[in-house]
Design a protein around this ligand. Sequence first.
Ligand code: TA6
Length: 299
Amino acid sequence: MTGLLRSGAPLPASVRAEAGKRGLPRVVVSTATATAESYLQGAHVTAWAPAGQVDVIWMSEKSAFAPGAPIRGGVPVCFPWFGPLPWGNAPLHGFARVSDWTLAEVTEQGDEVALVFTLSDSEETRASAWPHPFDARYTVTVGAGLTLALEVTNTGAEPITFAEAFHTYLGVGDVRDVSITGLEQAPYVDRLVSPEWLEPTGEPLTITAETDRVYAQPGTIAVVDRAGARTLTITAQGSANAVVWNPWIAKAAAMGDFGDDEWTQMVCIETCNVLDAAVTLAPGERHAMVATISVSATE
Ligand code: TA6
């Protein structure tokens, strides 16, 4: 899998390119501080484990890894829309996560490795439900933390508006024994009930049923994973929302690429700009959304 890097430059010793599942190309990072992997399809991170930790990123055993189909688990990059579109046969959560990104740069900085993926408008995207010129640059920095940075530039002559999300699947010991803090003061939409914004709950979120909520202006979010004896913390910049999702029993059973019993091992904490926080860029403008995930022992 040489030549994966657009420039043709050799990869650092800590990074290898290989054929991943179902032959889809991926890059694998192995350093003293962490291991990680990302597929070029969707620039989709499918693994990240700091040294001494079990994987923080959850993957379904049933993910299809089919060309052009969403990978179940990991960090889907949702762009330029979130969720289903009310019109057209558009893929759920946008075309970015089912597109082939280019691995433009790989750099080692101390004990971190930065992978830079790029995606721009193409004949295919211009024929989609969102036919606008754009450049997207997605930097995945692998170290004792995982930093995801999506920069979108409006390369056209008209304003563009888009939604975006890191649809991050986090692995937990048992989602029924998890407490999620940082959302106590955030208004939210319960997408299972209605589109109206509800008052903040004032307390940590626990998962006791199918959960699909959009929060406005969340703080730093912490997933206290008691069964996994660790806390996963997500800090964000350039993001107005967070989504919390767990399919619970029935929805997990209804998804062909999701094991019936897997729902207890994951929770999605999605750093995003969605609903009325969709991003509008004037021609030439750029917007960055950044999320950093870190792991600590649970007090
Ligand atoms: O972000 C939550 C959500 O929109 C849920 O409503 C459910 O549709 C889920 O995403 C689907 O996730 P997927 O990885 O299949 O796109």
